[in-house]
Design a protein around this ligand. Structure first.
Ligand code: KIV
Ligand code: ZN
Length: 385
């Protein structure tokens, strides 16, 4: 099976989330967990951006042994030099350098012509190749770039020595089918494209970052970039835990494998949420509090009879202890009886029915019923019933 590399940028793009600021100790703790969960590449920061970022990247590169540690650099010598200084003691130093390629970025941000952008990109890759064994090159805003120009610049940076070519959807604009077509176009129009790894880096502005990443896998990407819990600039990046589980659960379809230890996912998500202060929404796929909670009577009855009626992922697979049957106004008699038994109460059919009616009345008034509510109802039933 084809192997898909996971490139985690929680500590770089993820830290670009508004309101997030991690110190060195916190970054190291996250990096160790990212290594444990099986990330192939960890982007530890942007060394030239601040002395703090430089120190964190250096410390992470010196500590992490089982993942390749990388750092971001613009296409300028100063950034590349800073990245080399920070990364050179790592087990597998790798540079991630980028330049914007789209018309809007060329005209307003860079004020450069297409030719100048190509020249700068080629120069920086050649310069970096003097130090770095592996260079990843990214075309910032690739998805809003003219396809023929994208192919031209990609071909030139491959010639200059880039080993990984990243196609970022920087502003979260592309759709899954269109993204797949970009990969197909590059495969057909770039010389030596089969000598490099194609990478996908998606943002979630239209809520399609994970779908786009999966489409890239279908169309030849060998590396997926993203963050834990999907945190990142604006609406965030592809949530890597979602990509990893989707590739595993639907391996019949994608036919690929990864190094991700799925049972470390929940622990990784909890740690990132705790240290960044970014709360995981309850309905978030894979790691949300409700991802394995069943509330309606029909679903609870189904799951009690056979879990796979309503669970395509077993909670244990991703390190969640168990599913939960939440008692609320949609819950049914079956889950209610199971809960009573779990709490140690045995009662006859008639008493159970009376209690169930009282429970339904109470559930009209409260959003979610707790075990204490249930115990109170049982005690009342025992006194009056
Ligand atoms: O979204 C983006 O384009 C980036 C690049 C620096 C790869 O984060
Ligand atoms: Zn990004």
């Amino acid at each position: 099976m084809r192997k898909i590399n996971f490139f985690d940028t929680t500590l770089r793009d993820g830290e670009q989330s508004a309101g997030v600021n991690l110190n060195l100790k916190e970054k190291l703790e996250i990096a160790k967990q990212l290594e444990r969960v099986g990330m192939d590449i960890i982007e530890a920061g942007f060394p030239a951006s601040s002395p703090g970022d430089f120190r964190s990247v250096q410390e992470i590169a010196r500590t992490i042994k089982n993942s390749s540690v990388t750092g971001l650099a613009r296409s300028v010598k100063g950034d590349i030099d800073a990245a080399w200084e920070a990364l050179k003691d790592g087990a597998e130093p790798r540079l991630h350098t980028f330049i914007a390629t789209s018309p809007v970025h060329r005209e307003y941000k860079l004020k450069m012509t297409k030719e100048q952008v190509i020249e700068r990109a080629v120069e920086s890759v050649k310069y970096a190749a003097k130090f770095f064994p592996i260079i990843q090159w990214s075309a910032e805003d690739a998805c809003r770039t003219e396809l023929d120009f994208l192919a031209e610049i990609v071909e030139k940076v491959i010639e200059a020595g880039a080993k990984v070519i990243n196609i970022p959807d920087t502003v979260g604009y592309i759709t899954p089918i269109e993204y797949g077509k970009i990969f197909e176009y590059l495969k057909q129009n770039v010389k030596n494209i089969d000598q490099v790894i194609l990478s996908a880096h998606c943002h979630d502005d239209l809520g399609m970052a994970v779908a786009n990443a999966l489409s890239a896998v279908e169309h030849g990407a060998g590396q997926i970039e993203g963050t834990i819990n999907g945190i990142g600039e604006r609406a965030g990046n592809s949530a890597l835990e979602e990509v990893a589980v989707a590739l595993y659960i639907r391996k019949d379809y994608y036919k690929v494998e990864t190094n991700i230890r799925l049972n470390e996912i929940k622990r990784t998500s909890d740690l990132v949420s705790k240290l960044t202060g970014m709360i995981v929404p309850p309905n978030k796929a894979i790691v949300g509090k409700n991802a394995f909670a069943h509330e309606s009577g029909i679903h609870q009855d189904g799951v009690l009879k056979e879990k796979t009626t309503y669970e395509i992922i077993s909670p244990e697979l991703v390190g969640v202890q168990s599913n939960s049957l939440v008692l609320g106004k949609h819950s049914g008699r079956h889950a209610f009886r199971v809960k009573l038994k779990e709490l140690g109460f045995t009662m006859d059919e008639e008493a159970t029915n009376r209690l169930f009616t009282a429970f339904k009345e109470l559930s009209e008034k409260k959003k979610e019923l707790t075990e204490d509510d249930l115990v109170a109802l049982v005690l009342e039933e025992q006194l009056t019933g």
